[in-house]
Design a protein around this ligand. Structure first.
Ligand code: TYM
Length: 331
């Protein structure tokens, strides 16, 4: 069985980009193929950004409820909170002792802050905590601890999976073949989901469509998606349209073909947005309800996550022991 693993950090509401690039493919893989799937709330990654108790707590539950509402089956998927698996943090330390600092200097989350600070004329490390700086090492530990084969993610995480490979190689070179080199799974079509303004949809750009907005807000947000100035009755190119790109993810094959024809025969942007709203709302209506139910009483989430953490720890412990053996912790 291959091992598939992915995580989402609780730094904002789960949005359509997270869903399309990570959650949807991950749930499909877990359902269809022979694999052991490990999906988790990357809460200690979120802590690098969210240091308010209530928000951190609320957002973490939100991630868990989202996966469950979208159909994650806890019988099939090992579903846990990162912070409930201390083995991850122990491996993270061991890996950090093998990680060249220069590799972290080039990691893009950190580099983005440095570049911005330089533009603003600030100290290069202003606002950077060590958690953000070593973020890719913790992510490598998430992945390597379970001998992961495949990591379904969006394009922005490719570099992090490559760093995990680099660190596994560094370990293996020094101590002998131990850690498996993971690969990422990124679908070309959905590698970067655009946000309302056309830039990458991102919690930090404030341009997201949260997955479980109310129907009314969903409609409002969709109406704000930026479109070009093609006149209402002119033919439009579906394949360069962000509206069509989102529509494809939530509509049936027949609906997609119909909208494609309507683009060619000159549907207005307003009507195209209305179509998008309708399929998205229909698709999300039930999960949204389930999400609010799960969030109202958190007992079910707690139970599932703690059972998941137990399984994850049982899986992780033998490898961590092996790693400790290799580095010279035992006779
Ligand atoms: P996070 O929480 O930022 O995002 C979760 C997932 O959503 C993807 N994503 C997108 N994909 C396409 N278009 C977008 N606009 C878009 N925005 C977000 C991300 O690529 C990601 O797959 N570091 C990770 C969390 C993490 C993790 C891991 C992932 C921690 N440990 C181990 C995989 C394996 C992160 O910040 O994702």
């Amino acid at each position: 069985d291959k091992i598939v693993l992915t995580g989402i950090k609780p730094t904002g509401q789960v949005h359509v980009g997270n869903y399309i690039a990570a959650i949807k493919p991950a749930l499909q893989i877990a359902q269809n193929s022979h694999c052991t799937a490990l999906y988790f709330v990357a809460d200690y990654h979120g802590l690098t950004f969210i240091q308010n108790r209530e928000s951190f707590n609320e957002l973490s539950y939100g991630i868990a409820a989202t996966w469950l509402a979208l159909g994650l089956n806890p019988e099939k998927v090992i579903f846990y909170r990162q912070s409930d698996v201390p083995e991850i943090f122990e491996l993270s330390w061991i890996l950090s002792c093998l990680a060249p600092k220069g590799l972290m200097n080039r990691a893009h989350a950190y580099k983005a802050v440095v570049d911005k600070n330089e533009q603003l004329g600030l100290d290069m490390d202003a606002g950077v905590n060590m958690g953000l700086f070593t973020y890719p090492i913790l992510m490598a530990a998430d992945i390597l601890l379970f001998q992961t084969d495949e990591v379904p993610v969006g394009k922005d995480q490719i570099q992090h999976v490559e760093i995990a490979r680099d660190l596994a190689e560094a370990f293996n070179r020094n101590y002998g073949e131990t850690l498996k080199l993971p690969s990422y799974i990124v679908d070309d079509q959905t590698a970067v989901i655009p946000g309302l303004d056309g830039r990458k949809m991102s919690k930090s750009y404030n341009n997201t469509i949260p997955l479980f907005e109310s129907a009314a807000n969903l409609k409002k947000l969709i109406s704000r998606i930026k479109t070009d100035s093609t006149a209402p009755h002119e033919p439009k190119d579906p394949d360069s349209s962000n509206i069509f790109l989102l529509y494809k993810e939530f509509a049936s094959a027949a609906q997609v073909e119909e909208l494609r024809d309507n683009f060619h025969s000159g549907i207005s942007w307003g009507d195209a947005k209305q179509e998008l709203y309708q399929v998205m709302n229909a698709y999300l209506e039930q999960p949204r309800e389930k999400y609010h139910k799960l969030m109202a009483s958190r007992d079910e989430i707690d139970e599932i996550l703690s059972a998941g953490a137990k399984k994850a720890r049982a899986m992780a412990q033998p490898l961590l022991e092996q790693v400790k053996h290799k580095i010279g912790r035992y006779r």
